[in-house]
Design a binder for this molecule. Structure first.
Ligand SMILES: O=P(O)(O)OC[C@H]1O[C@](O)(COP(=O)(O)O)[C@@H](O)[C@@H]1O
Length: 392
């Protein structure tokens, strides 16, 4: 960040936090103030530099003029969208109807996303327009004002988990600058490798599984037998699982939900060191948004299901040998990722009902600041039901 001699924050009060800098408080009322930073001191003036300073604060020099005032964190608004999706889907937990759960989450997400000030275009959504009446690829979402964004949604990652009342179903959304997300239109599946920051530079999806496990173990300062690899339990992964076991590592099989798996593989203290295997391409791009926020790496390679799909991908200009890096999957330094638990999981608690309301647990991340928040919300459903169009 370049140093600015004069920083202005007109129309808002300035709150100073001794160790974290200062933040505009948009809720503050009263006469507009202008903040001028001169020789390490903030001067709060009524309107201009020439005015008599209303107040001044001594600041340590590095805090005085570095960077700029913190800007808006879209993720803090987006979390309402995944909360609504999770609350709506949670009504369908264990009812054996995965489409019902998905539709409820889509409806809720679409109603809430209109409140977010952005000019979003869904690039990872519920499919093509004719098949998906809402949140279809290409749909414009948001209030129509504000930054131009790519939007990726997965109203329920784990529709089967939700239908069966099983762990780890989440509602997910990611937003980044317009044009920054990889165009995965023709691709259904992707081979994926995800790990955290320590091992990000030593893994290679094209290398043998054993080499990657050794490299991760070395980077983390542990033995390969201490490494845990999360894998979707699928017939296509039988050989992969054998290879992981042969390398001495531990395997954690999940029946669905590899976005949560990717977040756990990239995050510290989850007990998961690596995600390997083939999962959905849209989920791969959403995972790349999470990894951009957390740190670490995702590597992907498109994985056509049959010769027909292979030809389609090649005709669409895709190089099937190409290893897609985190940056190629989402080419942005300003990525927002939010997820809310539908059912209980290791990453997030699910929706919990109580008299008159429900509680949700969410993960709220932004890559530019690197801030990772956990947001636990208490919803007063009896109040919300009185005016909301979302069937909570
Ligand atoms: O079930 P498949 O066809 O192997 O696809 C794997 C994908 O399905 C999921 O497990 C769940 O996806 P859905 O919620 O759409 O059912 C994803 O997390 C994963 O990427």
């Amino acid at each position: 960040m370049s140093r600015t001699r004069h920083q202005r924050a007109e129309g808002c009060a300035i709150m100073f936090f001794p160790h974290t800098g200062f933040a505009p408080d948009p809720t503050a009322a009263g006469e507009p103030l202008t903040a001028h930073i001169i020789s390490g001191r903030i001067h709060l003036c009524a309107t201009s530099l020439s005015s008599v300073a209303a107040e001044s604060v001594n600041l340590p020099d590095p805090l005085a003029v570095q960077g700029q005032a913190p800007d808006r964190n879209l993720a803090l608004e987006l979390v309402r969208v995944t909360e609504a999706a999770a609350l709506a889907a949670a009504r369908w937990v264990g009812r054996g109807d995965k489409n019902g759960a998905d539709q409820a989450a889509v409806d809720a997400m679409r109603r809430l996303v209109g409140t977010v000030s952005m000019r979003g275009v869904v690039v990872i959504g519920e499919g093509e327009k004719d098949e998906a009446p809402m949140l279809f690829n290409g749909e414009e979402v948001g209030s129509g004002e504000g930054p131009e964004c790519d939007v990726a949604v997965d109203p329920v990652d784990g529709t089967t988990l939700t239908a069966k009342g099983m762990n780890n179903a989440i509602a997910v959304m990611a937003v980044s600058e317009r044009g920054s997300m990889y165009d995965a239109s023709a691709s259904f599946y992707m081979e994926k490798l995800v790990t955290g920051p320590e091992a990000a530079d030593v893994v290679d999806i094209a290398a043998p599984v054993e080499d990657n496990i050794r490299a991760v173990a070395k980077a983390k300062g542990v033995h390969p037998r201490d490494v845990t690899v999360v894998v979707l339990e699928r017939p296509r992964h039988v050989q992969l699982i054998e290879q992981i076991r042969a390398a001495g590592a531990r395997v954690k099989l999940i029946s669905d939900g590899d976005v949560a798996g990717a977040v756990m593989a990239a995050s510290a203290d989850t007990g998961i060191d690596l995600l390997l295997g083939i999962g959905g391409t849209p989920e791969g791009i959403i995972s790349a948004c999470a990894v951009t926020c957390i740190g670490g790496a995702i590597q992907g390679r498109l994985w056509p299901r049959d010769p027909d799909e292979r030809n389609k991908l090649i005709n669409a200009g895709h190089d099937l040998e190409r290893i897609l890096t985190t940056r190629e999957l989402v080419d942005s330094d300003n990525v927002f990722f939010v997820a809310t638990g539908i059912t209980d999981g290791e990453l997030l608690a699910g929706v919990r009902y109580r008299p008159g309301g429900a509680n949700t647990s969410s993960l709220v991340m932004r890559s530019r600041s690197g801030t990772i928040r956990r947001v636990d919300s208490q919803h007063q459903l009896t109040k919300l039901q009185a005016y909301s169009t979302v069937p909570f």
